[in-house]
Design a protein around this ligand. Structure first.
Ligand SMILES: Cc1cc2nc3c(=O)[nH]c(=O)nc-3n(C[C@H](O)[C@H](O)[C@H](O)COP(=O)(O)O)c2cc1C
Length: 365
C-alpha cells in the first residue's frame, strides 16, 4: 500500500505547525485515513493490565487529541490505546501563537501550547458519544489561573468517571507556570492522597497514574517513587517533554521556550524509565514515552521497564503508517529474543543474566 502520508507531508510541512496539526485532525475526523486497514494485532503483543485488555502496547501520547475529537478514529491506525487531553476543568485558550515549532533536522518538536483545550464539559460530552471499546485514558490538568490546584484534578476525576479507562495526573508540563512544583515531595504526597481518596469514591476501579517530567534529580526521582508507591498510585507515565536543550540540536527553533520532544528526548527519558523501574522494584506499571521513532526504540523502553509505550512526535514526521510498522517489527524483536509474550520482556534489560536484545527486526525474519 502506498504511504499517503509520505506524499502529503511536504505540503503539510509548508504550513505553520499548528495549522498542519489542525488540518490533519480534520482529515482524520472526515475519515480520510480509511486507507489504513483495520487489522488485528499479533497475539504476542497482547496483555491485560489493571483489568484492561491492551491488544498491543503502543499508545497515542497526550496532547495530540487534546479535545477527544479523533480518539476512536486513530485507533484504526493501530494504537493499542489512546490518551486524550490534557483537559482542564474550564476551557482555556493556551499561550499566544506561534507556540508549536518543528525541528525537522532533529526529529523533534518544541511546544509551549499551555493546555489549550475545550474544557471538561465539552470533552466528556464527546467521550459519552464514543462507540469504540478500545482502552482510552484521559490526561488531567489544572487551569492556569486556578486558586486550588488539587480541586481542578478532583473535578477531572469526577467528571470523567465512567468515561475514562484510566486517568493521568499531569504535573509535568513545562508550559503552565508552577505546575512542575507539584512534583515536590510534600506537595505531591498531599495531592495524590487527596486524589486517590476522591477516585476511591467516584470511580474506584479506574487506575490513576502520574505523569512526570524528565528533568528530575536523583533525589526527586527517589521522592516521587516513594511518594507514589506510598499513596497507592497505579502507575507512572515517564515522561513529559523536557525543558532542557541537549547539545547538538540543529533546528533553528531549538532556542524557543517550551518543552522539547522527539528523538533528542529518547536517551534521557529511557534512562529515567529504567531508574523508576528500579526504584519501584517493578511493582508499578510504567508507560514509557519520549523519542520513540521505531520498533527498536519501543523495545528498548519495554526492556527498560515499560509495560506500555506512547508516541507523539514521530507520528508527525512519519505519519500513521508508523504504528502498524512498529507493531509488526516489535513482534519480530520479541520472538527473536525468545519471548512468548510482551509481559516477559518488561524490564528484561534491568535483570542480570538476560542476553542482549536482538538488534533489528529484520534479523528475526
Ligand atoms: C505538541 C505537543 C503537545 C503536547 N501536549 C501534551 C499535553 O497536553 N499533556 C501531556 O501530558 N503531554 C503533552 N505532550 C507530551 C507528550 O505526551 C509526550 O510526553 C512527549 O511529547 C514525549 O513523547 P514523544 O517524544 O513521542 O513526542 C505534548 C507533546 C507535544 C509534542
Amino acid at each position: 500500500m502506498p504511504d499517503a502520508y509520505a506524499l502529503i507531508r511536504p505540503l503539510l510541512f509548508r504550513l505553520s505547525a499548528e495549522r498542519a496539526h489542525r488540518l490533519a485532525l480534520r482529515a482524520t475526523e472526515a475519515g480520510l485515513d480509511r486507507l489504513l486497514l483495520d487489522r488485528s494485532s499479533p497475539p504476542i503483543l497482547a496483555q491485560s493490565l489493571w483489568g484492561l485488555e491492551f491488544p498491543n502496547p503502543i499508545g497515542l501520547a497526550a496532547g495530540f487529541d487534546k479535545n477527544a475529537r479523533v480518539a476512536d478514529r486513530v485507533r484504526r491506525w493501530g494504537f493499542g490505546f489512546v490518551e486524550v487531553g490534557t483537559v482542564t476543568p474550564r476551557p482555556q485558550p493556551g499561550n499566544p501563537m506561534p507556540r508549536l515549532f518543528l525541528l525537522a533536522e532533529d526529529g523533534a518538536i518544541v511546544n509551549r501550547i499551555g493546555f489549550a483545550n475545550d474544557g471538561l464539559d465539552a470533552i466528556v460530552r464527546r467521550l459519552a458519544r464514543r462507540r469504540d471499546r478500545g482502552v482510552l485514558g484521559v490526561n488531567l490538568g489544572k487551569n492556569r489561573d486556578t486558586a486550588d490546584d488539587a480541586a481542578d484534578y478532583e473535578a477531572g476525576i469526577r467528571a470523567t468517571a465512567g468515561f475514562a479507562d484510566y486517568t493521568v495526573v499531569n504535573v509535568s508540563s513545562p508550559n503552565t507556570p508552577g505546575l512542575r512544583d507539584l512534583q515536590r515531595r510534600a506537595r505531591l504526597g498531599a495531592l495524590l492522597r487527596r486524589l486517590i481518596a476522591v477516585r476511591d469514591v467516584a470511580t474506584p476501579r479506574t487506575p490513576l497514574l502520574l505523569k512526570v517530567a524528565p528533568d528530575l534529580s536523583q533525589e526527586e526521582c527517589r521522592d516521587i517513587a516513594e511518594v507514589a508507591c506510598a499513596a497507592g498510585i497505579d502507575g507512572l507515565v515517564v515522561a513529559n517533554t523536557t525543558a532542557a536543550r541537549p547539545a547538538g540540536l540543529k533546528g533553528r527553533a531549538a532556542s524557543e521556550a517550551g518543552g522539547l520532544s522527539g528523538r533528542p528526548l529518547f536517551a534521557k527519558s529511557t534512562a529515567l524509565l529504567a531508574e523508576m523501574h528500579r526504584l519501584t522494584e517493578g511493582r508499578l506499571p510504567l508507560i514509557g514515552v519520549g523519542g520513540i521513532a521505531d520498533a527498536a526504540d519501543a523495545y528498548a523502553k519495554i526492556r527498560a521497564g515499560a509495560s506500555l509505550v506512547q508516541i507523539y512526535t514521530a507520528l508527525v514526521f512519519s505519519g500513521p503508517a508508523l504504528i502498524r510498522r512498529i507493531e509488526r517489527e516489535l513482534a519480530l524483536l520479541l520472538r527473536a529474543d525468545g519471548f512468548a509474550s510482551i509481559v516477559e520482556a518488561v524490564g528484561a534489560g534491568n535483570r542480570s543474566g538476560e542476553p542482549p536484545p536482538a538488534r533489528r527486526a529484520t534479523a528475526a525474519a
